[in-house]
Design a protein around this ligand. Structure first.
Ligand SMILES: Nc1ncnc2c1ncn2[C@@H]1O[C@H](COP(=O)(O)OP(=O)(O)OP(=O)(O)O)[C@@H](O)[C@H]1O
Ligand SMILES: [Mg+2]
Length: 253
């Protein structure tokens, strides 16, 4: 993974947190409860926090504590049972799917824990997909190739997901999340399947992006090397926020 090409930084200058600017993310009293067996399972139990623009927030917590569920609600893919999710000042909680899809396409890049690549498409085509929705400048194929080169996969453009290793699929998923240069990137265990060198290179890439564009990152992780680079660490346990620590001496992501 090489230095970040200038053209990757499509957003204008870093979005400074001004008093008028809404936070990148505002999560209020979020609950997600599902009917299960004979009762109701409360997966998220009243989570509240705000993320300012340009923050890099690591979400940590034991397996099963609700991290992926929280990210699903934040990205508008799962519906909370109660509470609100406000993205960049826009309340997405009760939005119609058509409206939500457009906001998601413009505002949020998502890296899923299970990658969620389209199996019949090549690596390059998977990265192009978000660029065909909405009105994005430039050539989708050139942009996809550029991003795949940045994540070290310039030699795997024509491979389909089942012809890629787990770590390579993960890097395709990261490239896809960055394709539209979204102001907010949500990632679920983005280094979970990478070796130490590839993990460090990916974090360097995200750090470069953050410095150049003010992109906000919210990342669920078990990886302490990710958390070390975060400007803030949220801890969740059993569906509740149990810790919120700002890391003044953090290594800039
Ligand atoms: N659709 C569902 N129906 C029933 N239970 C669910 C459903 N989705 C998630 N859960 C339960 O909710 C809890 C939280 O799951 P979640 O995937 O958010 O955990 P996580 O913190 O991301 O865990 P991990 O670190 O293992 O990825 C788990 O106990 C899981 O079994
Ligand atoms: Mg998870």
């Amino acid at each position: 993974m090489s230095d970040l090409a200038p053209s990757l930084a499509r957003s204008a200058a870093p979005a400074a947190a001004t008093p008028e600017a809404p936070p990148a993310l505002d999560v209020r009293e979020l609950w997600r409860s599902l009917p299960f067996a004979t009762g109701v399972l409360d997966i998220l139990r009243g989570i509240t926090f705000r993320v300012d623009r340009g923050e890099f927030v690591a979400i940590m917590g034991p397996s099963g504590s609700g991290k992926s569920t929280l990210l699903g609600c934040i990205s508008g893919l799962d519906l909370p049972s109660r509470g609100q999710v406000i993205l960049n000042g826009i309340d997405i909680t009760h939005m119609k799917e058509s409206q939500l899809a457009s906001i998601r396409n413009r505002t949020v890049g998502m890296v899923f824990q299970a990658y969620n690549l389209i199996p019949t498409l090549t690596a390059q085509e998977n990265v192009e997909i978000p660029l065909y929705a909405g009105n994005h400048p430039g050539s989708p194929s050139a942009r996809a190739r550029e991003l795949l080169e940045l994540v070290g996969l310039g030699h795997r453009l024509g491979h389909r997901p089942n012809q890629l290793s787990g770590g390579e699929q993960q890097r395709v998923a990261v490239a896809r999340a960055l394709a539209t240069a979204p102001p907010l990137v949500i990632a679920d265990e983005p280094t979970g399947n990478l070796d130490a060198a590839a993990g460090t290179a990916l974090l360097d890439l995200l750090g470069d992006l953050r410095r150049r564009t003010g992109t906000t990152f919210v990342v669920a992780t078990h990886d302490t090397s990710v958390a070390e680079r975060a400007s803030r660490v949220l801890h969740i346990a059993d569906g509740q926020l149990v810790g919120d620590r700002r890391q003044d001496g953090h290594r800039d992501l």
